[in-house]
Design a binder for this molecule. Structure first.
Ligand SMILES: Cc1cc2nc3c(=O)[nH]c(=O)nc-3n(C[C@H](O)[C@H](O)[C@H](O)COP(=O)(O)O)c2cc1C
Length: 396
């Protein structure tokens, strides 16, 4: 089983990660990881940090001559913020010393981890909470999960994503969304959904909708506000039989939902047309079985009973608006106990496009684990001997 851990603070020297359990012989290059890291910075509405962080992965172990060795893969990403502002961050984040003279942060932002963090760990300063709860951590997650993704790619399993709604602007119905997705997979000239989405500033497949979303973001920015939204992850080439209905922790849908909800600010997950389906009669929801034991539609999103059914897996993530706003929100100063209004720090207006890229990455690990559980193998070669040729096709 593949496991990974990340460490590192947002304005510390570096983020580090360890990926354990990847079979040997999987081709992985720094370029593949850097490509995914660059995609994480995409998206209209990002704050100042996206302008100077140029993530370049350093691989220290576990990969030799371009392929995994079965041993742990150790990764490091330097934080440009730390190295750029030498006068500030090395002192604020110093490993040694007493911290005397370093300003304490005492004004918790509603919706962030600030207040629960200081209460839980008994800090008198919010700084340690800000540093680790920050979504900067997702850069290392993307790097770690790309190792699992490289494994899936060798099996013909492909992970795409696109933004489907931002700040209330998006597809009006499941049918409209399905048509846009099908069009993108058909007309993209072999590029795929993600490549088409990456060409749009907000990662939308429909250029007009993308323009409408940008207007919405501009409006929110001038209002001093922030926005959330929804995105869709489409996994194609998945064979049937991954996961299981027999135990709660072996259900594939649960494992994928866990991965997405674990990303900062993701507040809901939908599998297939789960949300709309809850309001419809069963005759309009369930995918009829046709000769060849396929399905006539894919409203279930490729998973029934916690088991992949051979159709593309479709998962939607819902992100709340960013908690750091220019427009002040009510809070309480932890030093004085007095009511106050929050202060603004450099922040994104929206990060839904970036979250969609992170979601693509994080689902790779539970998916790769479901593959390894069913087919096993200590090396890619061994796994390929057992893996069925050709999983599911792309499309709805
Ligand atoms: C890609 C990405 C970028 C984010 N950028 C910011 C940001 O600039 N400012 C901010 O306050 N929160 C940002 N967040 C959200 C916070 O990290 C998150 O709300 C916080 O950690 C509290 O966790 P929770 O929302 O899951 O409760 C971002 C989240 C993601 C996924």
């Amino acid at each position: 089983m593949i496991r990974y851990f990340t460490a590192g603070e947002s304005h510390g020297e570096a983020l580090v990660g360890i990926v354990e359990g990847c079979p040997a012989g999987v081709p992985v290059s720094p370029d593949q990881i850097n490509h995914q890291l660059a995609r994480r910075w995409l998206g209209y509405g990002r704050g100042g940090r996206s302008k100077f962080e140029r993530d370049q992965i350093h691989i220290f172990s576990g990969i030799r001559f371009g392929a995994t060795m079965g041993s742990p893969v150790a990764l490091r990403l330097d934080n440009a913020a730390f190295h750029k502002d030498k006068a500030a961050w090395p002192e604020v984040m110093a490993v040694e010393g007493t911290g005397e003279g370093v300003d304490r942060v005492t004004q918790p932002r509603p919706g962030h981890a600030d207040l629960v963090g200081v209460q839980k760990y008994r800090f008198d300063d919010i700084r340690p909470v800000i540093e680790r709860s920050s979504a900067r951590e997702t850069a290392m997650r993307v790097a770690c999960c790309t190792v699992a993704r490289c494994l899936l790619e060798r099996l013909g399993i492909r992970i795409d994503s696109h933004v489907i709604e931002l700040g209330g602007v998006g597809y009006k119905s499941a049918g409209e969304l399905r048509a846009a997705r099908d069009r993108a997979s058909r007309e993209a000239g072999g590029r795929g959904i993600s490549e088409t989405a990456d060409e749009n500033l907000v990662r939308m497949l429909d250029a007009q909708l993308g323009d409408d979303v940008i207007e919405r973001i501009k409006q929110a920015k001038s209002d001093g506000d922030t926005l959330g939204g929804r995105y869709e992850v489409v996994i194609s080439g998945v064979p049937s039989g991954l996961g299981s209905y027999v135990q709660w922790d072996r259900k594939l849908d649960a494992a994928l939902a866990h991965a997405i909800i674990s990303i900062q600010a993701q507040k809901a997950v939908e599998i297939g047309d789960g949300v709309d389906g809850a309001a419809l009669p069963g005759s309009q929801v369930h995918d009829e079985i046709v000769p060849g034991l396929s399905r006539s539609s894919n409203r279930a999103g490729g998973i029934e009973g916690g088991v992949s059914n051979g159709m593309p897996i479709i998962i939607r993530g819902f992100m709340k608006p960013i908690p750091t706003l220019i427009k002040p929100l009510g809070s309480v100063d932890l030093k004085t106990g007095e009511a106050m209004a929050t202060r603004y720090e450099r922040s994104d207006v929206t990060s839904v496009p970036a979250a969609s890229v992170v979601a693509e990455a994080v689902v790779a690990v539970p998916l790769a684990n479901a593959v390894l559980e069913k087919f096993g193998g200590d090396s890619l070669e061994e796994l390929l001997e057992r893996f069925p040729v050709g999983g599911a096709s792309a499309g709805s």
